[in-house]
Structure formats: C-alpha cells, structure tokens
Design a protein around this ligand. Structure first.
Ligand code: PLP
Length: 379
C-alpha cells in the first residue's frame, strides 16, 4: 500500500461515497434559490431533533456562535463565573470572556480528558473568593467522549448552576442511554468539516428541551428579531446556517450512523493492538464515543519525536492540545480551580491523536499500528 495516501481526515473518500445524491442536493438549492433559511434548514433541524430526542434544534453559523447564542440568551454577563475545562479548544472559554463574564478554569480527569468533578467543586470556591457569582458550567465532551455527567450534574444542582454541554466533538455519542444533545439544559455542536458530522464550510447547532430558551435563541440568531424581521426586541447577531450547508448535512446525515459505527470498529482495533504497549483511551460502561479523535498518551518527553518519525513514514498525527487554556496568553489572567490544573498540563505534553476517520482501511490502520509499535519500542 502507498502510505502517502493516509489522510488524518479523509473527506475525499466520503465525497465519493456520497456520489450523485450530494451533487443533486446542492443543485436543488441552486435552483430554488432560498440561500438563507431555505426549506433544507428546517428539514435538517427536525431530523436532528428526532435523532437526539430533543424538542428544539436550532442550526447556527458555526459551533462558536452556537455557544455565543446560548450564553447571550442566558444573559451571561460581568460578575458571572462560568466553569470551563482548561484542556479544550479555545472557543469554549472564549465566548464567556467575550460577553464580559469570567471563565474559571477547571482541571480534567487523567483517564477521560474531561472535566474533573472534584476540581469543579474547588473552582466554585475559587470563584467565590474572587467575588464572582457561580452561574454555569460548560463541560466539554473531549475527543467525542461524553463528560462524566452523572457526577457533574449533582455539583451543578447543589450550586444552582446551569449546564451547557459543549458537544462540538461528540455529536452521535451516548451517555447512559441519553444521546448527546439531550443532556444538560442546552447543548452546542459544530459541523466544522473535520468534526464527526461536518459540512463543507462552517456550521453548528443548538439542542434544548427548554421552549423559552429556544425562542430567545431563535430571536438572537436573527438580530434579536421580534414579530418580524424589522422588529428588534433585543441585541442579537447573524448566527444562521446557510441553506447550502443544511442540504449538504442532510446528505451526510444519512451515512452518519454507519460512519460512527465504523469509527468505533477502528477505535476498538487500535485499543486491541496498542493497549498493551501504550496508554489508550478508556470508554466507561454504558457510554459510547463519537471518536472525533483517538488519542493515546506518550509520556517521558518522547511524544514529539514519535510524531515526527511517524510523519516521515507518511502517517499524519495531531496534538490536541499543545497548551492548556490557563497557560495561553489570552486566558492567563482568569482564575484556576484551587491549586491549578496539573492534569491538563501533563496531558498537553503527552497526547497524540491517530487517524480514526471512517474511511481508514484495515491495511492503512495496520501500517499505522506497526509503525507506532516500532517507534515505541526503539524510542
Ligand atoms: C470545534 C470546537 C468548537 C467550535 O466550533 P466551530 O464550528 O469551529 O466554531 C467549540 N468547542 C470545541 C470543544 C470544539 O472542538
């Protein structure tokens, strides 16, 4: 096999599989011409609501705007503490800070890379010491694995905080029989091309069972509109998903359950063949991952050398994330739970994500596994 054909995310093979249906879907939009809020947008929202088992799906311009729309609708403002894991993509904390509220960084669990409930308790104390009002929590389902909601929910209730799930990486996953999207007060996801369900540009969605919250978000999504387009009852943004992206997502959504199955097959195979020699991801009982990433840990400062050598053999890997948010220049001033976030710092130096897209062939995967085993034995 030609190792140079391995892509970290292979959208070309997915496009081949989608075939003419995708081209026809795009053509239909070009013909009806309703590029903004065309019929495909509502159709997609209804399909996603059915899939997640929620009353409302509101598509959005991207995952970051999904978070912003939700936080605006909940009137998050200066003086509010919003708890975010430090080991995540910046957007999680960024929208909190943008609204003038304070992201308070929480450490992660070693085994899951997700928010540590004990660190969250410590962070609530830290926030109060800073004179902030604990308002809400944004757990992130990092790499596609749902956070430990059964432990996080009681902490939220005890302190009367809302929970907004950042499900940007976990659409399609389940936690104790609940689909991602139906957990917490409200959830946000992303359809960025490389996410488990991606479009061909920017896109995102919000899921909730709360009727009032949904109607406020709907208004904010179109400049705070009231009874019609030129009635503005609040400050909003332009946060809509394009009709073309909705049409593309409808086609991709047809094959999505099969793609998630395929990601699980590939992840299981990695774990079986690598579990003895390197630290592989742990999925707890009664939880499934969407496998946005398959992330191993290579400790002892060897990670970057292993990644470099794999790259020279045509094997793409990625480091999500090389620096936790509490150490980033833009976020250094914000409070950190208790005595800091040491687990996030170790993770940043150890993590390495391997190709896990649904179109990775068994031969390609064997080549990745053999090369990695060789690196780990000789490095
Ligand atoms: C991708 C991502 C986002 C933002 O989504 P965009 O669509 O890129 O704006 C937010 N949070 C997390 C955890 C993400 O991975």
């Amino acid at each position: 096999m030609n190792p140079h054909s391995i892509d970290f995310v292979d959208l070309r093979r997915q496009k081949q599989r989608l075939g003419d249906d995708l081209d026809l879907a795009i053509k239909r939009v070009m013909e009806h011409g309703n590029y903004i809020m065309g019929p495909e947008v509502l159709d997609l929202e209804q399909q996603l609501s059915g899939f997640c088992g929620v009353r409302h799906t509101l598509s959005s311009s991207n995952g970051t705007d999904a978070l912003l729309l939700i936080l605006m609708a909940m009137n998050v403002r200066a003086g509010d503490a919003v708890f975010c894991p430090s080991f995540t993509f910046a957007a999680t904390a960024e929208m909190v800070a943008l609204l003038g509220a304070t992201p308070v960084f929480v450490d992660i669990q070693t085994h899951s890379f997700n928010m540590d409930p004990d660190s969250l308790e410590a962070a609530v104390v830290t926030a109060r010491q800073h004179g902030l009002r604990p308002a809400g929590v944004i757990p992130v389902d990092l790499f596609g694995l749902p956070a430990e909601y059964d432990l996080l929910e009681p902490v939220c209730s005890a302190h009367r905080m809302w929970m907004l799930c950042d499900a940007a990486q976990s659409f399609g996953a389940e936690f104790h029989g609940r689909r991602v999207g139906s957990i917490g007060l409200v959830s946000a996801t992303s359809f960025f091309p490389a996410k488990p369900l991606g479009c061909y540009g920017d896109g995102g969605a919000i899921f909730t069972n709360d009727d009032d919250l949904a109607s406020t978000i709907k208004s904010i999504r179109v400049h705070g509109q009231g009874s019609d387009k030129y009635d503005n009852v609040r400050i909003g943004i332009n946060g809509r998903l394009d009709t073309l992206q909705a049409a593309i997502l409808i086609e991709k959504f047809r094959i999505f359950p099969d793609e998630i199955r395929q990601r699980n097959v590939i992840a299981a195979r990695y774990s079986e063949k690598l579990g003895e020699i390197v630290q592989v991801p742990v999925v707890p009982p009664d939880v499934t991952s969407a496998w946005a990433q398959y992330t191993i840990r290579i400790s002892g400062g060897r990670r970057d050398a292993v990644a470099r050598n794999l790259k020279s053999k045509g094997i793409p890997t990625a480091v999500y994330y090389p620096k936790p948010l509490h150490q980033q220049a833009a976020y250094r001033e914000f409070p950190i739970a208790g005595n800091g976030a040491p687990v996030s710092e170790v993770a940043a130096s150890d993590v390495l994500s391997l190709p896990v897209h649904p179109y990775l062939t068994a031969d390609e995967q064997d080549y990745v596994i053999e090369s990695l085993v060789h690196e780990l034995r000789t490095n």
